[in-house]
Design a protein around this ligand. Structure first.
Ligand code: PGA
Length: 264
């Protein structure tokens, strides 16, 4: 079974007080049945990880970070290692978010190295991939997706994907209010699963593939009803506890309706 995962990517938002309030509200508002059916993850800015940890230690919420750097320790001013993230209670880390790829010029090879660093630190990497509007208009979506996934498989090896999660986030849908249609997203998710299948048939049926890009309470259930969409990576809507919880509830209703997605 693929347990749906709902992840809140806070990006560079909020203050210490707001972080506290947000985690507390999510923690309090998360209904028990929802928490049993799905996994709920929050990804605060580094400096609020410990703050968040205080509130989630005895809750079903899981903690993760938005990025890491290579290695365990070293002279890398401004960077945080996977080992440090584990040390403060993280279980997940985003790798290759489109904002890292574009604003910070992260190359395919750096993304692959970071993926390895995450797995080696015993973190679960969420590998983010997605095409730009221009690439989509030029019918290059599949080529871009294949390149972003295969470049990591080639360097890291498919074995390192055993626990990994993939997040399909069309760049044109991130923070724009425009969402891929459920069928559109499903087609790309099926394509991604097929790439994994070519490398490891069993893994293709267990790996979780999330959709990200303007997911909101209004569109979450429709997206999540698609057979290859196993959860969401939520940006803007994760900063509002009510909206984030509504998405979690939509997913858990969906999960209940389809009795969770079965293997094979
Ligand atoms: P969004 O961001 O939900 O605000 O579109 C998603 C993401 O960047 O992970």
């Amino acid at each position: 079974m693929r347990k749906p995962l709902i992840a809140g990517n806070w990006k560079m938002h909020g203050s210490r007080a707001q972080a506290q309030q947000l985690v507390e509200s999510i923690h309090r508002g998360l209904a028990k049945p929802t928490a049993e059916q799905i996994e709920v993850l929050i990804l605060p800015p580094y400096v609020y990880l410990l703050e968040a940890l205080k509130f989630i230690q005895h809750s079903p919420l899981t903690l993760g970070a938005q990025d890491l750097y290579l290695g365990t320790q070293g002279a890398y001013t401004g960077c945080i290692s996977g080992q440090m993230l584990v040390d403060v209670g993280c279980r997940y880390v985003l790798i290759g978010h489109s904002e890292r790829r574009t604003i910070f010029k992260e190359s395919l090879s750096l993304v692959a190295e970071k993926f390895i660093a995450a797995v080696d630190a015993k973190l679960i990497p969420i590998l983010c991939i997605g095409e730009t509007k221009r690439e989509r208009d030029e019918n290059k979506t599949e080529a871009i997706i294949a390149e972003q996934v295969n470049s990591v498989i080639e360097v890291a090896g498919i074995e390192r994907f055993q626990q990994a999660v993939i997040a399909y986030e069309p760049v044109w849908a991130i923070g724009t209010g425009v969402t891929a249609s459920p069928q559109n997203a499903q087609d790309v998710h099926a394509y991604i699963r097929n790439i994994i299948m070519k490398n490891n048939v069993d893994l293709a049926s267990t790996i979780r593939i999330l959709y990200g890009g303007s997911m909101k309470p209004e569109n979450a259930a429709a997206l999540l009803s698609m057979p290859d969409i196993d959860g969401g990576l939520i940006g803007g809507a994760s900063l509002n506890a009510e909206h984030f919880l509504a998405i979690c509830a939509a997913v858990s209703n969906e999960a209940a309706a389809i009795k969770l997605k079965k293997i094979g």
